[in-house]
Write a protein that binds this ligand. Structure first.
Ligand code: COA
Length: 338
């Protein structure tokens, strides 16, 4: 495979805008103590999560639109300027039309085309790479990548193994071209391995098990996770891919300002940072506030850290994720927003 330096490119895709939406309703660990046999101490020590949000006003598109509006407002930009909208999600409003179409219409992005992308917790990285390629080809100038998931609609609130891990949120980034190849997207390593399908899935609702009274009775419309197996694979997957992209691009730990990890479990994040040889403080973390918001975790971290003034132009970032599929990957980019 060619290194990023060997690849000829006229443009890099760079992130030029950020946006986010968080539902108002907070479910803290004490709420779960009141409905399940669990406790705050177990949840915090095993996962790092203290709170997560629950959307009560609308479907996934509602959150996605709010995040996009936040981005457009902060850039003082019209929705009509957007060329492409990609929505990474496993909780689309419906199978079809795509949530991206609902967003396009309600946002007033009348010059945009778009589509949904399904790769679970790696969805945002897959969408970013896809969007960056559309920019780097020279074909498009403004690509909006939204990560939005309303996980509260597919978790079983009687299952203590899963329901308290997840939350609802949306976040968006805008990609635009830059001719200054010192900034923006430098490299990506993405993978999937469908043999992992047995360990993290939702069986019902699709063509395999179309919805019937039976699928509802058998609780097939909520997610299942073999937590222990996925945990081991996630540590290995996220750490290995992050080390691989560092090696491929001659990056030492000191060269990296932040690891931007998918937020599934604080222990997975710490282990990844450790294996990469970077201090814990260099791993972006907001899992304590929002839990695992699936496709929204990575843009949410970037948006919050940027708005808090912790992310500076020129910072080298390694984004890394692991999720259902299995899917996993890493992206190396240099932050370009002042
Ligand atoms: N409260 C209290 N006890 C709980 C509990 C809860 N909410 N959930 C599980 N337990 C119990 C289990 O029943 C088990 O009890 P036992 O030893 O008597 O059988 C014990 O705690 C340990 O369970 P285990 O599943 O081994 O915990 P764990 O340390 O693996 O943590 C997860 C569970 C789900 C937090 C962890 O496995 C995980 O984060 N997995 C990967 C998530 C991930 O990355 N997903 C991919 C992206 S979505």
């Amino acid at each position: 495979m060619a290194t990023s330096k060997e690849m000829k490119r006229f443009y890099n895709a760079q992130i030029t805008g950020v946006g986010m939406y968080l539902p108002e309703k907070v479910l803290d660990n004490h709420y779960f103590e009141s409905i399940l046999d669990t406790n705050d101490e177990w949840i915090v020590t095993r996962t790092g999560i203290k709170e997560r949000r629950k959307e009560e006003k609308g479907p996934t598109s509602y959150m996605a639109i709010k995040a996009a509006e936040d981005l457009l407002k902060s850039k003082n930009m019209s929705a009509e300027e957007i060329d492409v909208i990609i929505v990474a999600t496993v909780t689309p409003d419906m199978f079809f039309p795509a949530t991206a179409c609902i967003v396009q219409n309600k946002l007033g992005a009348k010059n945009a085309w778009g589509f949904d992308l399904s790769a679970a917790c790696s969805g945002y990285l897959f969408a970013l790479k896809t969007g960056a390629s559309l920019i780097e080809s020279g074909a498009y100038k403004k690509v909006l990548i939204i990560g939005a998931d309303k996980m509260s609609t597919i978790v079983d609130y009687t299952d203590r193994n899963t329901c308290l891990l997840f939350g609802d949120a949306a976040s968006a980034l805008l990609l635009e071209p830059t001719e200054d190849l010192n900034y923006g997207f430098k490299d990506a390593l993405l993978h999937c391995d469908g043999s992992g399908a047995d360990y993290l899935y939702m069986l019902g609702g699709g063509s395999l098990n179309p919805p019937t009274h039976e699928t509802v009775d058998q609780n097939m419309h909520t997610l299942f996770q073999d937590g222990k197996t996925v945990f081991k694979e996630a540590v290995k997957g996220m750490a290995d891919i992050s080390v691989d992209i560092m090696k491929k691009n001659d990056l030492k730990s000191d060269d990296i300002a932040y690891l931007v990890p998918h937020q599934a479990n604080l222990r997975i994040i710490d282990a990844t940072a450790n294996i990469m040889g970077i201090p814990k403080e260099k791993a972006m973390v907001n899992i304590h506030k929002y839990g695992n918001t699936t496709a929204a975790t990575i843009p949410l971290c970037l948006t919050e850290y940027y708005r808090d003034g912790k992310l500076k132009k020129g910072d080298n970032l390694i984004l890394a994720a692991f999720g259902a599929g299995y899917t996993w990957g890493s992206i190396y980019l240099t932050w370009s927003l002042d």
